[in-house]
Design a protein around this ligand. Structure first.
Ligand SMILES: Cc1cc2nc3c(=O)[nH]c(=O)nc-3n(C[C@H](O)[C@H](O)[C@H](O)COP(=O)(O)O)c2cc1C
Length: 374
């Protein structure tokens, strides 16, 4: 399956060292103002070479929209966004073409398909997430145009270094436009997309890991704001299940939490329950958000809070043991080429994209957004 979504459908295509990568988005309603710039600004957040903590592969990642827009607005027809690969260096992969990089998908792809484009990881490359981001940029525009929904992701942990965060316990930061703007600025100005005061400790740690030719993972938190009450389904296709499915579809994601997540197992009912009140204008409010904005599979109107565990980049320069699938020998591998020492800062826009696509699809399916035109 290369297609995600039922009514807002994103099909991603391409290989890391092939001609191009991109997405075809089918089911976006007509009359949504949309430009290449809307997509480019999201791709710029994902592209390589943003700091010493990302792969030095040189790519402009310039998007071209081939279809589905007329007079600056969507027509309801499929929107094809394409990015041509330019900076690939396939010779880096010649030496290891019969080896299975530990932690990467070489082994499973080779055994399952028997015809694997090994160059740069082919279809299993992080570069494929350009398609996710193209689909996500369109979904984000749709959600913000119709419901002023904002989706914000940031790093909260690199390896064992934890940032000082408990945003879901302090919903004010998201309710005040000014503090939200400065949060976004802090996220985007930090090379790890971590707005925490101790982000420099994460950077120091990463530099040490890089000098050891190793890699490290981390945790990204994603918050969706202004999602109306009632999105999601009560039994199957619950909002939490759908979001987890979308986030788990991203390469290198090994875990998803909603609200307090696994910590819920340790709490008492009196600690976990988010108590409810009416404010002065009789709006329904909560004293906390441990549930992460979802009750019974349905959105409560509070911020939806998700976290993903991102594994360390599999391709590392350190010597590792593996197998040669052609000669059937046990061998050692030291991976050259250009890789992200941590995937965490670059996965942030991809995670936001998967949340946006999931919400757009659910909101069209359940009648919040008209399926044909705005
Ligand atoms: C944005 C992004 C960038 C990535 N960059 C690299 C990389 O430079 N080197 C690498 O070995 N894996 C990288 N990966 C991870 C691999 O794509 C992934 O680990 C591999 O396909 C195996 O899949 P799995 O980790 O989901 O099991 C990246 C993933 C993402 C989402």
């Amino acid at each position: 399956m290369n297609t995600y979504g039922d009514m807002f459908r994103v099909t991603v295509f391409g290989e890391s060292h092939g001609k191009a990568v991109g997405a075809v988005v089918d089911g976006c309603p007509a009359n949504l103002p949309l430009s290449e710039e809307d997509i480019q600004k999201e791709l710029n957040r994902r592209k390589p070479g943003q700091s010493i903590y990302t792969t030095p592969r040189k790519e402009e990642d310039k998007v071209e929209i081939l279809s589905g827009i007329f007079d600056g607005k969507t027509t309801g027809a499929p929107i094809c966004g394409i990015v041509y690969n330019k900076g690939h260096r396939s010779k880096d992969y010649e030496k290891i073409k019969d080896l299975a990089r530990p932690g990467h998908a070489d082994l499973t792809y080779k055994l399952k398909y028997k015809n694997y484009d090994y160059r740069g990881g082919g279809r299993a490359s992080g570069r494929i997430t350009i398609g996710h981001v193209i689909g996500g940029a369109i979904a984000k525009k749709l959600l913000s145009y119709t419901f002023n929904i904002k989706i914000i992701g940031y790093t909260i942990k690199i390896g064992k270094i934890e940032g000082d965060f408990s945003y879901y316990k302090n919903p004010d930061i998201f309710e005040n436009e000014k503090s939200l703007e400065s949060l976004i600025e802090n996220i985007e100005n930090n090379p790890l997309r971590c707005p925490s005061l101790n982000a420099y400790e994460m950077e120091e740690y990463l530099k040490e890991i890089i000098s050891q030719k190793d890699s490290v993972g981390g945790i990204v938190e994603i918050v969706a704001l202004n999602v109306p009450i009632g999105v999601g389904n009560p039994i199957f296709n619950k909002l939490n299940g759908e979001l987890a499915r979308g986030l788990m579809s991203i390469n290198a994601v090994k875990g998803v939490e909603i609200g307090v997540g696994f910590k819920a197992a340790e709490l008492l009912g009196s600690e976990m329950n988010d108590e409810i009140y009416f404010d002065d204008s009789k709006n329904i409010k909560f004293y906390s958000n441990n549930a992460g904005g979802i009750l019974g599979g349905i959105s409560t109107g509070q911020p939806i809070v998700m976290r993903i565990a991102v594994k360390p980049t599999p391709s590392i320069g350190k010597k590792q043991r593996t197998i040669n699938l052609k000669t059937f020998e046990n061998v050692e591998i030291e991976i050259e080429g250009r890789h992200d020492p941590t995937i965490v800062p670059r996965i942030v826009p991809v995670a936001e994209a998967m949340v946006a696509i999931t919400l757009a699809d659910l909101m069209i399916k359940s009648g919040f957004i008209h399926p044909c035109r705005l």
